[in-house]
Design a protein around this ligand. Structure first.
Ligand code: GBH
Length: 480
């Protein structure tokens, strides 16, 4: 059997942050309560065909009403931080940034105050995919340049209202997904954009500018008094070259450019990766000299969402969707010996490859001059199994192994000198998994959808709890 990684709390520096992560649309529910406006996900899911089980987040797991119970459970398990997201349409129902919705502000004040009272540090994400629908309808959402100013107004309102207590801010979660799956392929809200698929590059461009504008507001108006930090959360799979051949090595690098470099290169170096420009030409927007100067170094830390890895080979014209065709890469799940890169979780895209995170963290440190990094999401899912007993579904041993492996990988990166400051498990609760609805369960806490949404910690939550308390006995290597 596979050798299990040995990992203990003591392998991480003092002050290293351990937390859990969620996002507003996936857990809150209360779609029409508290003066909230519709977001693009509220509207997108009205078309039942968009979601595998024809569900939506109208109620989700009702965190809006159960936040106290949830935070109490989080605290009792021993987590020191909670990464949650703020629903833009709760703060500005029409997105226009004129007058805050006081009920929305009150909800997040209560949430933040409660977590602080329980000893949990808030990590707030401003945008986790739930754009106020009015901005989509009237402007075309992220395709429009005007969105940059609206986002800055929203960010400013959040800093002003919550920044006395929130010291770690994330502007945008995974701009790649909004661009590619939201405005490009269209499997996520808003379901594509009018005209050419290539217009999705505008959605990426404006997210980068909006991120920088929010950081700029923070630095000019809040930083001195509040003393916090603002980061961007990017997502990247590790791309392992399929062979020693130079073309595969270069292809793997290109794949990373198209995920990570797309967002971090402009911020750290002032422009998109050369490999993207070569393949996309004028489809890729350009930054003016003024923009370049403006976005440069507008970041205090890198948030890294990481779940999985693939072998990547060069392919002149792969039989795949547009996005892989333009990259000229082929994604492969098996090594050339036929060995799988890792066991698959429930999601088709998710292979369990702990060493990929170690390589990715080292890559980021080297390429971007050792920035502060938080692993802002890491986790795996299992299928919602209607026939299993509660006892069975709580016994998530594969997930325990996943966390041990990936945490050991983070500890190794820290030993290598990578400046990793924290780790957030995705997710605290089973929740609305976007286009997969409730069919995939990423939680360390089980939510019983058939019994009043009751919460039940899985074995992985209990493992975390022992790990956080430094009880290492369970974590000894399995040397079989
Ligand atoms: C994260 O994205 C999200 O931040 C989080 O909200 C989500 O719950 C979590 O992943 C788990 O999925 O097979 O075409 O449907 C990670 C990046 C982007 C990976 C979408 C899976 C599915 C593409 N994810 N992708 S598709």
């Amino acid at each position: 059997t596979a050798r299990e990684a040995e990992v203990a709390r003591a392998d991480f520096p003092d002050g290293f942050v351990f937390g859990v992560a969620t996002s507003a649309y996936q857990i809150e529910g209360a779609r029409r309560e508290g003066g909230k406006g519709d977001s693009i996900w509220d509207v997108f899911t009205e078309d039942k065909e968009r979601v595998l089980d024809r569900s939506n987040g109208d109620i989700a797991v009702d965190h809006y009403h159960r936040y106290k119970e949830d935070i109490e459970l989080m605290a009792s398990l021993g987590f020191g931080a909670y990464r949650f997201s703020i629903s833009w349409a709760r703060i500005f129902p029409d997105g226009l940034g004129e007058k805050v919705n006081e009920q929305g502000v009150a909800f997040y004040n209560d949430l933040i105050n409660f977590m602080i009272a329980k000893g949990i540090e808030p990590y707030a994400t401003l945008y986790h995919w739930d754009l106020p629908n009015n901005l989509q309808k009237t402007l075309g959402g992220w395709i429009s340049e005007k969105i940059v100013d609206y986002f800055a107004l929203y960010a400013e309102a959040c800093f002003a209202n919550f920044g006395d207590r929130v010291k770690r801010w994330i502007t945008i979660n995974e701009p790649l997904q909004t661009a590619v799956n939201g405005y490009g392929i269209g499997v996520f809200a808003p379901g594509g954009c009018e005209g050419e698929t290539a217009r999705c590059y505008l959605a990426a461009h404006h997210q980068i500018l909006a991120h920088a504008a929010a950081v700029d507001v923070y630095r000019r108006k809040f930083k001195a008094a509040q003393g916090g930090e603002v980061g961007l959360v990017v997502d990247c799979e590790w791309a392992e070259p399929f062979s020693e051949k130079a073309e595969d090595q270069i292809a793997a690098q290109r794949r990373i450019d198209f995920q990570l470099g797309w967002y971090l290169d402009p911020i750290y170096f002032g422009d998109y990766p050369e490999s993207m420009r070569e393949r996309l030409g004028s489809d890729l927007p350009t930054f003016s000299e003024k923009d370049k100067e403006f976005i440069r170094n507008k970041i205090d830390f890198v948030g890294m969402n990481h779940y999985t890895s693939r072998f990547i080979a060069h392919h002149q014209n792969p039989e795949d969707i547009y996005f892989y065709q333009v990259q000229q890469v082929e994604r492969i799940e098996k090594w050339n010996t036929g060995e799988k890169i890792g066991e698959r979780a429930a999601s088709e895209w998710l292979f369990i490859v702990p060493w990929g995170l170690h390589k990715l963290l080292n890559y980021v440190a080297k390429k971007y001059d050792n920035p502060a990094i938080y692993v802002t999401e890491n986790g795996m899912d299992e299928e919602d199994d209607q026939s299993a007993t509660l006892e069975q579904v709580l016994n998530d041993t594969t997930r325990v192994g996943y966390f041990k492996g990936y945490l050991a990988s983070v500890a190794q990166a820290i030993k290598d000198g990578v400046d990793v400051r924290g780790y957030f498990a995705w997710s605290f609760l089973d929740n609305f998994e976007w286009a997969m609805g409730y069919t995939k369960r990423f939680g360390i806490v089980y939510v019983d959808y058939k019994n009043g949404l009751s919460r039940h910690p899985k074995a992985s939550a209990l493992w975390f709890s022992r790990f956080l308390k430094g009880e290492a006995a369970e974590n000894k290597a399995d040397t079989n």
